[in-house]
Ligand binder design. Structure first.
Ligand code: PEP
Ligand code: MN
Length: 369
């Protein structure tokens, strides 16, 4: 299958080779002129990176951690561009950052996940960027809210910034296993549905959080047809001043790109629909049965609610819930299904059932009052 049919969604004035992803690469943080130059030279020699990334001001969770080299780092990036020839992109978190980044001739800027969450910040940044034609990348907000993500892009668009892209970097995970940030890929599909022409990059470094997982996340992003990758590269990752666990050496990055299977998008839509139709019809039938079963389940759930209320029992019965989950997970295991998937499914079913029963309790009380 040839991947050459893929056309890139436009961003900036660079473009990757046909059939290849967009690539933005560079260190989490610019730490010294030497580190910036060493990384950039290796990426330039590899030849597949369109934009060099480096954090100049770093949003750190706790104070006291390395907060970026600031204006010095902007100078290192300008030197890098003059000497190595790669355009650069930096993160901006407020209007002062924008002013300094634009003064340094940044080729693009990105808005970080901790900034996208706040419409006040995004608005201020958008206003500061107004009048420049600089390309802007918007990372997804930390929490899974596509509205905020799209809203940030719209705020920029309203200020006349039309050269935009999104970066999917995963979402806050209560249980960061195996990934540091939960990919929730369905949210980038939703963004694609709402903004079909917007390029969406994946940042597998911040999703994975550890270098051994970066490649497989990057491959998933390709298989899901995201437009490009933003990956953190450091010449000595273990000594990095931020995000040491997830950065790759330039050598490892080159071999990752060598191994990455390109886009698979050459299918003829008519032949594809035809070859999938029988299985899709079978799935439609199964799903119709699901809905029937949910309805049958609901009738029983309602009966149970009335009985529990009559008996003076509360809606939620912990023993029953624990038992139920164990049974379902054991059955999943026996039948070769992923127990986590089956558990998540029944959590949803049960959550709805509890809500519905609570509503029945309330309605009953209203009737009695
Ligand atoms: C980064 O790219 O280094 C960064 C801080 O990312 P995020 O905003 O996605 O956490
Ligand atoms: Mn980082």
């Amino acid at each position: 299958m040839s991947a050459a049919a893929r056309r890139h969604r436009p961003f900036g004035h660079w473009s990757p080779e046909s059939g290849q992803p967009w690539v933005i690469a560079g260190p989490c943080s610019a730490e010294s002129l030497d580190q910036v130059l060493e990384t950039a030279r290796a990426l330039k020699a590899d030849g597949r990176t369109q934009l060099f990334r480096a954090g100049v001001w770093k949003p750190r969770t706790r104070p006291g951690a390395f907060e970026g080299a600031g204006y010095n780092a902007l100078e290192w990036l300008q030197i890098m561009r003059a000497e190595v020839g790669l355009p650069f992109v930096v993160e901006v978190g407020n209007p002062q950052h924008v002013e300094r980044a634009l003064a340094a001739g940044a080729d693009a800027v990105w808005i970080g996940a901790r900034t996208t969450v706040n419409p006040f910040y995004v608005q201020e940044i958008a206003e500061a960027l107004k009048g420049s034609a600089v390309p802007v990348l918007v990372k997804n907000p930390i929490h899974a809210d596509v509205g905020l993500w799209l809203g940030a892009l719209e705020r920029l668009d309203k200020m006349g910034l039309s050269d935009l892209a999104a970066v999917h970097r995963g979402f806050f995970a209560t249980h960061p296993e195996p990934y540091r940030n939960d990919p929730r890929w369905e949210l980038s599909f939703e963004l694609r549905r709402l903004a079909p022409d917007l390029p969406i990059f994946c940042d597998p470094s911040h999703i994975a959080g550890q270098r051994d997982l970066v490649e497989s996340v990057a491959q998933i992003a390709m298989d899901l047809a995201l437009d490009g990758l933003m990956i953190e590269i450091h010449p000595q990752p273990d000594d990095a001043l931020s995000d040491a666990a997830q950065q790759l050496t330039p050598e490892r990055f080159s071999s990752l790109l060598d191994r990455l299977a390109g886009y698979i998008e050459s299918a003829d839509p008519v032949a594809l629909a035809l070859s999938l139709s029988t299985d899709r019809e079978a799935l439609d039938q199964i799903d119709a049965q699901f809905v029937d079963l949910i309805q049958q389940r609901q009738v029983i759930v309602e009966r149970l609610a009335h009985r529990k209320l009559q008996q003076g029992a509360s809606v939620f019965q912990m023993d029953r819930w624990v038992d139920m989950l164990e049974q379902r997970e054991a059955q999943a295991q026996q039948q070769g299904l992923d127990p986590k998937y089956v558990k998540a499914f029944f959590e949803l079913v049960h959550r709805y059932s509890v809500q519905h029963q609570a509503a029945i309790y309330q309605a009953q009380r209203r009737d009695e009052a």
